[in-house]
Ligand binder design. Structure first.
Ligand SMILES: Nc1nc2c(ncn2[C@@H]2O[C@H](COP(=O)(O)OP(=O)(O)OP(=O)(O)O)[C@@H](O)[C@H]2O)c(=O)[nH]1
Ligand SMILES: [Mg+2]
Length: 466
C-alpha cells in the first residue's frame, strides 16, 4: 500500500540521544532517501554500493558527497516504502556516536538533498501516512520519556495499540447505536422494539462505565509517567536526610548531628517496584530567626503541600516535641506515611500518638526497615487510584496521557447525558445529539476527528529525529 499522502521533501535527523554514545543513527525518510544514501555512502573498497536491497545491512563508509572525503565508518539499512516507520523510503546510517561525528554525517546527508527534520516529524509522517494512529504516536513520545521500565511497559502496550483497540471497540458499538437511533429519526412512524431499546440502553451503560474507568485510570497513569512526588518532612534532626540516603542507597545528602543541617530541597528519583518515585529531602520544620533556615522551612512546607505523598519522619527514641506536633498538623489531609526512625535506640514516650496512622519502623543509621518502607511508599502512592496496576473496568489499561483523559471524560459525560435523555423518553433527537458528541470525543483519542491544532500541539512535543 502506498502512503496516502506524499511529501515532496526528504527529511533527516540524528535519531539517537545527544552526547556520548557507542553509535549514533542518522535517519532519512522520503522519496529521495535512497538516492541520498547512494550519494553519501561507499562500500568498503571505495566502490559505490550495489543497488540497495530493502531490509538488509550494508557495511561501508559515509563520504562527503562533494569532496568524496571519508567521514565515518558506518552500517547502512535501507527500508523501502511502505515497509518502514513512515511508510516512505527510509535509510538509517549507523555511525560512531558523539556530537561531532553524527553532525558531520547529517551535514553530508543535507548537502546531498535532505532537509533537517522538525521535532516529531518522522512520527507525524507515520501518523499522516496511516501507519500509526494518534494514540500510538503519543505513546512513541512517552516511550522516549518513560522513567522506569513499568512506565515503559504501560506506554508500550498503548503503542501496540491496546488503547486504540479498546477505543475502536467502543466506537464500533456507538456507531451501531447512532445508526439505529438515526434510522428511527428518519422513520419515526416505527417504534423501536422494546427489546432493541433495552439492548441499546445496556450497551450505552456499558460504554459509559468503561470510558469512565479508563478516564479514572489516569490518576495512576500520571504517577507512572511523572513519578510520585514524595516529600520527606519532619522537625530538625529526626533523620530525614539519613532516610533519603538509605532509600537511594548512597550518600546523597549531608547528615550531621547538628539540627538545621539541610536547607535546600534535594530531589532524586528512584524506582520502587517499577514505580518512579521522586523523593525530596527538606529542611527540618521549626520556627527560626535565621534567614536562610526560615527560607528552607518555607520551601519544606511548599514541597509538602505539592507532594503526592508525604513521608513524615519522627525520632522514636524521644518523646514528641512541640515541633513534631506542628508537623502532624501540617500533614493533616495529606496522603502520608509516618516513619518512626532511630528504631535501633530504645523507644520512648510515644504510645498511642500515631494510632490509626500508617506507620513504619525504620533505622536509617542501621539500614533497617528499608523494604517495609518501600512497600509502604508503593502501596500508599497507588492507594486511591482505581487501577492498582490492573484489573477493574478499565481491564488493566492505564491512561497516561492528559489529552486522552479529557477526551474520555467528555465521552462518558455525553454518554451519561444520552442515557438520562433516553430513560426519560425525551424525543430521540436529543440523545442522538449526545451520542454523536460522545463519538466525536472518543474519536479525538485516535485522531479520527483530529484538528490541525491538536496535531501541531502533539507533534511539537517530540524530540528531533523521532
Ligand atoms: N541512632 C540513630 N541515629 C540516627 C538515625 N538516623 C539518623 N540518625 C542521626 O541523627 C542525626 C541527624 O540526622 P540527619 O539525617 O541529618 O537528620 P535531618 O532530619 O536531615 O536533620 P536536618 O537536616 O537538620 O533537619 C545524625 O547524627 C544521624 O546520624 C537512626 O536511625 N538511628
Ligand atoms: Mg537533613
Amino acid at each position: 500500500m502506498q502512503p496516502e499522502i506524499q511529501f515532496e521533501d526528504t527529511i533527516a535527523a540524528i535519531a539517537t540521544a545527544h552526547g556520548e554514545g557507542g553509535i549514533g543513527i542518522i535517519r532519512i525518510s522520503g522519496q529521495a532517501a535512497a538516492g541520498i544514501a547512494r550519494a553519501v555512502f561507499q562500500g568498503p573498497g571505495g566502490k559505490k554500493p550495489p543497488a540497495l536491497r530493502s531490509h538488509s545491512v550494508v557495511y561501508g563508509y559515509v563520504v562527503d558527497p562533494v569532496s568524496g572525503e571519508r567521514l565515518d565508518e558506518a552500517l547502512m539499512i535501507y527500508m523501502a516504502a511502505p515497509r518502514s516507520f513512515t511508510r516512505e523510503d527510509v535509510v538509517e546510517l549507523h555511525c560512531h556516536g558523539g556530537a561531532v561525528a553524527t553532525a558531520r554525517v547529517l551535514d553530508a546527508v543535507v548537502s546531498a538533498g535532505a532537509r533537517v527534520a522538525e521535532p516529531g516529524e518522522f512520527t507525524k509522517r507515520a501518523f499522516l501516512s496511516g501507519r500509526i494512529d494518534l494514540s500510538q504516536a503519543e505513546a512513541a513520545l512517552d516511550i522516549i520519556r518513560a522513567r522506569t521500565e513499568a512506565a515503559e511497559r504501560l506506554v508500550l502496550s498503548q503503542l501496540e495499540g491496546a488503547l486504540s483497540l479498546k477505543v475502536g471497540q467502543i466506537r464500533d458499538t456507538l456507531v451501531g447505536i447512532c445508526a439505529h437511533v438515526e434510522a428511527h429519526l428518519d422513520f419515526p412512524e416505527e417504534d423501536i422494539e422494546p427489546e432493541a431499546s433495552e439492548k441499546i440502553l445496556a450497551a450505552i451503560r456499558e460504554a459509559e462505565i468503561v470510558t469512565r474507568a479508563l478516564a479514572e485510570s489516569f490518576s495512576e497513569g500520571r504517577l507512572y509517567r511523572e513519578g510520585v512526588r514524595t516529600a520527606i518532612v519532619g522537625r530538625p534532626n529526626v533523620g530525614k536526610s539519613s532516610l533519603l540516603n538509605l532509600l537511594l542507597e548512597q550518600d546523597r545528602a549531608i547528615v550531621t548531628s547538628a539540627p538545621g543541617t539541610t536547607r535546600d530541597v534535594i530531589e532524586e528519583t528512584l524506582n520502587i517496584k517499577g514505580l518512579p518515585v521522586v523523593v525530596m529531602d527538606t529542611a527540618g520544620i521549626r520556627e527560626s530567626h535565621d534567614m536562610a533556615e526560615s527560607e528552607g522551612v518555607r520551601r519544606s512546607l511548599k514541597a509538602l503541600q505539592e507532594a503526592d505523598l508525604v513521608l513524615a519522619v519522627f525520632d522514636s527514641s524521644c518523646p514528641l516535641h512541640p515541633e513534631d506536633h506542628m508537623v502532624l498538623e501540617k500533614i493533616e489531609g495529606k496522603n502520608s506515611i509516618i516513619a518512626l526512625n532511630k528504631s535501633d535506640l530504645p523507644s520512648e514516650g510515644q504510645e498511642g500518638v500515631f494510632e490509626g496512622l500508617n506507620t513504619v519502623k525504620v533505622s536509617a543509621k542501621k539500614a533497617k526497615g528499608l523494604e517495609a518502607l518501600k512497600d509502604a511508599i508503593h502501596d500508599a502512592a497507588l492507594r486511591g487510584t482505581p487501577g492498582k496496576g490492573g484489573g477493574g473496568q478499565a481491564e488493566g489499561m492505564v491512561i497516561t496521557n492528559k489529552r486522552h483523559k479529557e477526551a474520555l471524560v467528555k465521552t462518558h459525560k455525553a454518554l451519561g447525558n444520552a442515557l438520562a435523555r433516553l430513560e426519560e423518553k425525551a424525543p430521540l433527537e436529543v440523545p442522538a445529539l449526545e451520542l454523536r458528541e460522545a463519538l466525536d470525543s472518543l474519536g479525538e483519542i485516535v485522531g479520527k476527528v483530529s484538528t490541525e491544532e491538536i496535531l501541531d500541539r502533539i507533534f511539537s512535543e517530540f524530540c528531533i529525529g523521532k
